[in-house]
Design a protein around this ligand. Structure first.
Ligand code: HMG
Ligand code: MG
Length: 313
């Protein structure tokens, strides 16, 4: 049942950077995308076409999309909460757009300023227009394993939104643990509801690692046959409307686990570590990824040993 190949969608440039308080230069965002694709990433969530008043960090969306040197075989996705966002996004030629709903009313209101039902009404023309332009649509269900405002969330609540997204024609369903409180059985229960309505290749997991559960949740979903997960380089990120929630599971950590299990990702771990260390340096901190820290420490130790050997030669 466990897949032999897993696709990771690196959401670092979008989910990772959207929460940064200090402006990150468009040139750095573009460079991050370039480093990710050089490390083998074939799915990159680049930016979001949301209100700049709500998320100022993503205000340079058009500039970033225009600045990327596109590589054949790499798919670039962006968030589009409404028609205004979609119209601007389509001018930048993404391969995929993401409408993002929530399993709870409270989060929907805080994140996109409308009820769940209203969000679906807004998304319906976005899906239709994206399809008319030949662009795939992913529907995300936030707060599927817990909500910062409501608390516990049931699988029934998740399935309700999964069904609504299916009805308006989204192609892919991403189930998101926005605040990272989900544990493996709960993750399986939520993702299983998505599998009732979407084929396994069109279901993905998006796990923030706030409580350190993300790798376990991914393993639990692999047992369901799910083979697509979002992850964020260096573990960057969070959601501005889920205070205290930390980043997505770090890409480096997921890759280390999957490669250790003999599962192919097409990704080059060393180059991912380089990319994660680089963007973390730009942001003035160390990578959150445990694997990255371990490998950087090992490299540092090896470099010191080599320098000592040269000095003693
Ligand atoms: P609103 O204020 O209700 O929108 O915001 P509105 O239609 O009333 O418009 C108000 C103003 O915003 C107008 O400008 C519009 O033109 C402008 P004004 O006339 O006042 O100058 N506006 C826009 N500008 C640019 N792009 C747009 C756009 N839409 C309206 N697309 C809205 C509604 C959805 C826009 C707002 O709530 C919003 O931008 N929310 C985004 C929140 C966000 O980005 N959250 C983080 C991403 S989701 C996430 O991280 C979760 C995820 O990772 C999965 C998980 O972990 O759960 C995906
Ligand atoms: Mg997220």
């Amino acid at each position: 049942m466990i897949p032999s190949h897993v696709t990771l969608v690196d959401v670092g440039p979008r989910d990772g950077l959207q929460n940064e308080a200090q402006p990150v230069a468009a040139a750095h965002k573009i460079e991050l995308v370039h480093r990710l694709q050089a490390a083998g990433c074939r799915e990159i969530e680049v930016t979001s076409f949301v209100s700049p008043k709500w998320v100022p960090q993503m205000a340079d969306n058009t500039q970033v999309m225009a600045g990327i040197h596109r590589e054949a075989g790499v798919r670039y996705s962006v968030l589009t909460p409404n028609m205004k966002g979609l119209e601007a996004a389509l001018l930048t030629q993404p391969h995929e757009v993401v409408v993002f709903g929530a399993a709870t009313e409270a989060f929907s209101r805080r994140n996109i300023n409308c009820s769940v039902e209203e969000s679906i009404e807004r998304f319906a023309p976005v899906v239709a227009a994206a399809h008319a332009a030949g662009v795939k649509v992913r529907g995300a269900v936030s707060c599927a394993l817990g909500c910062p405002y409501q608390g516990a969330v049931s699988a029934d609540e998740v399935e309700r939104v999964v069904v609504l997204l299916k009805q308006i024609g989204v192609d892919h369903c991403g189930v998101a643990d926005t605040i990272g409180t989900g544990t493996p059985r709960a993750a399986q229960a939520a993702l299983a509801r998505a599998l009732k309505h979407f084929p396994v290749e069109e279901v993905s997991g998006h796990f923030h690692d706030t409580y350190g559960q993300a790798l376990s949740n991914i393993l639990a979903c692999l047992e369901l046959g799910i083979a697509t997960f979002d992850s964020s380089i260096a573990g960057l990120g969070g959601c501005p409307y889920a205070k205290g929630a930390t980043g997505n599971v770090a890409t480096e950590d997921v890759v280390f686990m999957l490669h250790g299990m003999g599962i192919d990702t097409g990704l080059d771990l060393d180059r991912l570590v380089d990319a994660g260390a680089w963007i973390s340096g730009v942001l003035g901190r160390a990578p959150v990824s445990r694997v990255s820290r371990a490998l950087l420490a090992k490299r540092g130790a090896a470099a010191t040993a080599a320098a000592n050997a040269a000095a003693n030669a």
